[in-house]
Design a protein around this ligand. Structure first.
Ligand SMILES: *Cc1c(COP(=O)(O)O)cnc(C)c1O
Length: 483
């Protein structure tokens, strides 16, 4: 029988182009250091290079690749550059990229155990491994009442924690009756914005979100927290959720989890611990103290997709008790009914997240952990922290710059002594140079520069170059301004 006409790429073509693509990526990593770190395109510039309408006839693969270089690359901010010090790292690694490729190759939907047992079981297993690597309490492992799940982001993990807490606080009635208007949640002024967003989505209402003051190191003041909880209870409200951060986004501040945890335990409040970037540091025993008190937490999350060489998206979310989470999120339409689910012998991760569909994300994490081993992961994380410690020391010794906050791990907050406008202009000039990319925050009302070290291939020479460039550019600017 003659083959029916089709438009698919043949597997021979796929082999050829696939090898070319891997070569393209390898070449990219080898030269990424030379690209301007922050994309220099103007708004609309990328779209202006794209045709108005999609092609009627399929195009050659080579033509698409040409446009990758011509149209797409200039509009890329190079997060994988060793000179990327902005926001937080979104680092990756070759084993992770290969795991991700395999995940798209298998094209599996892992919503329930039955839709691909390996997708569920590898995830459970790798999450237990991860808990062991971080030295997390046993209760977060799958063998007891709790367990871990891979979410897309820390934002989703936090929303799931809020929903589970809401369900528990209403005696498992919140899904039926909706929100009571009485539940109150607690964060600090430095807590990540995703928690505020989660509170809005969960119908708690911003009027019921309490923003607790911080101390001189930008960590939550536990006395102020308890005071507010007691006041709210007196007013007939129901405190139900608090979030403590291990490493705030703005300045890497460490909330006193232990004290906050004791307060939450006294008042029956769900404690979520957000360690999105800094959590990785706990792989190293000497940094594990950052987790002290998390045995008091109801849930915990961190992002391998920030500082553990694993492609976005990959968030590890742990709960001490899976029941409230599953009760909050479980749904069973007829078309998903199956024997394995009904037997209760399997995990169906669709009940642990917002969406139904889910990717095979544990593959890339499995590849990363197996490639590096605990030893390799510890080596690179340690190295990043050493680089940040060195940079902080240079700032401390400098006459023109000062540290704006403690630098406990891989983020250094600093500023020039010439004030806000000067620091802003300094940052803009550094970023326009394309040689490094860093971003800012405000601490105590003052513009503060953030140098976050955690890109996979960042070495001492990059940090040295960055410091040299920062000093030279500042001197230039001060000269121009006659300061
Ligand atoms: C980056 C970050 C988040 C948000 O992470 P996503 O995975 O992008 O949602 C939340 N909390 C902290 C402390 C962060 O650093």
């Amino acid at each position: 029988m003659p083959q029916e006409k089709n438009y698919h790429m043949t597997m021979d073509q796929f082999r050829k182009y696939g090898r070319e693509m891997v070569d393209w990526i390898a070449d990219y990593y080898e030269k990424v250091e030379n690209f301007p770190v922050m994309s220099q395109v103007q708004p609309g510039q990328v779209r202006a290079m794209l045709p108005k309408d999609p092609p009627e006839k399929g195009e050659e693969f080579g033509e698409i690749m040409k446009d990758l270089n011509r149209v797409i690359l200039p509009g890329i901010t190079h997060w994988q550059s060793p000179n990327f010090f902005a926001f937080f790292p979104a680092n990756t690694s070759a084993p992770s990229i290969l795991g991700e490729l395999l995940s798209s190759g298998l094209g599996v939907q892992g919503m329930i155990w039955a839709t691909s047992p390996s997708c569920t079981e590898l995830e459970t297993h790798v999450m237990d491994w991860m808990a062991g690597l971080l030295g997390l309490p046993e209760k977060f492992k799958s063998g007891g009442t709790g367990g871990g799940v891979i979410e897309d982001t820390a934002s989703s993990a936090c929303l799931c924690a809020i929903l589970a807490a809401r369900e528990r606080a209403t005696g498992y009635e919140s899904n039926r009756i909706g929100c009571t208007g009485k539940l109150t949640a607690y964060i600090s002024s430095q807590t990540h914005s995703s928690i505020e967003k989660g509170v809005k989505i969960a119908g708690i209402g911003l009027e019921n979100l309490r923003v607790i003051a911080v101390d001189g190191n930008y960590a939550m003041d536990p006395a102020a927290l308890e005071e507010r909880i007691i006041k709210d209870k007196k007013d007939g409200l129901v405190p139900f959720f608090a979030c403590a951060s291990i490493g705030t986004t703005s300045s890497n501040a460490m909330d006193p989890v232990e004290e906050i945890g004791k307060i939450c335990a006294r008042h029956g409040i769900w404690l979520h611990v957000d360690a999105a970037m800094s959590g990785t540091a706990a792989i190293c025993p000497e940094h594990r103290h950052i987790n002290s008190g998390i045995d008091l937490a109801d849930s915990y999350s961190f992002n391998p997709h920030k500082w553990m060489f694993t492609n976005f998206d990959c968030n590890c979310f742990y709960v001490a008790d899976r029941e409230p989470l599953i009760k909050a999120l479980s749904i069973l339409p007829e078309y998903l009914r199956n024997k394995a689910t009904e037997s209760g012998a399997v995990i169906d991760y669709r009940d642990w997240q917002i969406a139904l569909g889910r990717r095979f994300r544990s593959l890339k994490l499995w590849f990363v952990i197996r490639h590096y081993g605990a030893e390799g992961l510890r080596h690179h994380v340690r190295r990043h922290i050493e680089l940040a410690v060195a940079f902080a020391e240079w700032v401390r010794e400098s006459a023109d710059f000062e540290l704006a906050a403690p630098a406990p791990l891989n983020l250094v907050c600093f500023r020039h002594r010439n004030g806000d406008d000067f620091n802003e202009e300094l940052m803009n000039r550094l970023n326009r140079s394309g040689k490094i990319y860093l971003t800012h925050t405000k601490l105590g009302g003052a513009v503060t520069l953030r140098l976050c070290i955690g890109q996979t291939s960042t070495e001492m020479r990059h940090v040295e170059q960055a410091w040299k460039l920062i000093q030279e550019t500042a001197a230039e600017l001060a000269n121009e301004k006659g300061k």
